[in-house]
Design a binder for this molecule. Structure first.
Ligand code: F6R
Length: 245
């Protein structure tokens, strides 16, 4: 696991975007794994700028998103589909047929999870972008999730609902369930970059990088990935042990 500590959010966003841009330049048909949330917004902005400056084309890029809430229609402002569309897809030349997001509307949600999992098993993610929850989740693999899980329906942790309530009018509006890639899907990616910024992530990041590997802190499994880079700002990286830097 390589750890890069940057001065601030802007530098994290730029460094992370440069990994993605390099990947696409080397392989224009690359498959990206994408995350939502506050952390990657700056990264996506840099990708949009790179596209506008003709540095990169998304024409042949394929994407798979990590997760989606259950119970919010696609056009809900807080659905992850809306997030991706407004923060990235509508600004670049990606073919929306190449975009994959977990479906979330069915009487048989387990079937949807299985379908998304089949898609993931038939494709290889070249570069997966991850954020980290303050409770150590990656995707929506909450503490206690078996590390062998593939795509599944998860009941969201109270901490996650509380953290994400900032995007809703109240915590009662935050969905209770989501569909998420499992740890196994994430670990199959060829490369992973995990980005973390701000003081609220310092403990989670410390446990992910320096802690024991166990399912009570799902991000710790990334220590076992052969090609994982952590890019954080000084606040999130403040507890990291010197030997890892
Ligand atoms: C989002 C996702 C989550 C977030 C994490 C951090 O698709 O899978 O794991 O990356 O909750 O969210 P932010 O960046 O909002 O702190």
């Amino acid at each position: 696991m390589e750890v890069i500590v940057c001065n601030n959010y802007q530098e994290v966003s730029m460094k992370a975007a440069n990994y993605v841009i390099k990947e696409i330049i080397l392989n224009p048909e690359t498959t990206l794994g994408l995350a939502t949330g506050s952390t990657p917004i700056g990264l996506y902005q840099n990708l949009i700028d790179a596209y506008r400056n003709n540095l990169v084309s998304f024409e042949d890029v394929h994407t798979f998103n990590l997760d989606e809430y259950i119970g919010l229609p696609k056009d809900h402002p807080q659905s992850y589909y809306s997030f991706m569309y407004h923060n990235l897809f509508k600004h670049i030349n990606i073919n929306l047929n190449n975009v994959n997001m977990p479906e979330n509307e069915s009487n048989n949600l387990d079937y949807l999870a299985k379908e998304y999992n089949n898609l993931l098993c038939n494709n290889t993610i070249d570069l997966q972008i991850l954020g980290i929850g303050s409770n150590g989740h990656i995707g929506f693999n909450e503490p206690g999730t078996p590390l062998s899980n593939e795509t599944f329906i998860v009941e969201l942790d109270e901490q996650t609902r509380l953290d994400n309530s900032r995007f809703f009018m109240s915590i009662d509006e935050v969905p209770t369930h989501a569909i998420t890639m499992g740890i196994k899907n994430i670990m199959r990616s060829k490369k992973i970059i995990l980005i973390a910024t701000g003081d609220s992530k310092k403990e989670a990041l410390y446990k992910a990088v320096n802690g024991e590997i166990n399912s009570s802190h799902p991000a710790s499994i990334l220590q076992l990935h052969p090609n994982c880079v952590v890019i954080c700002d000084q606040e999130a990286g403040t507890l990291l042990e010197k030997k890892t830097l």
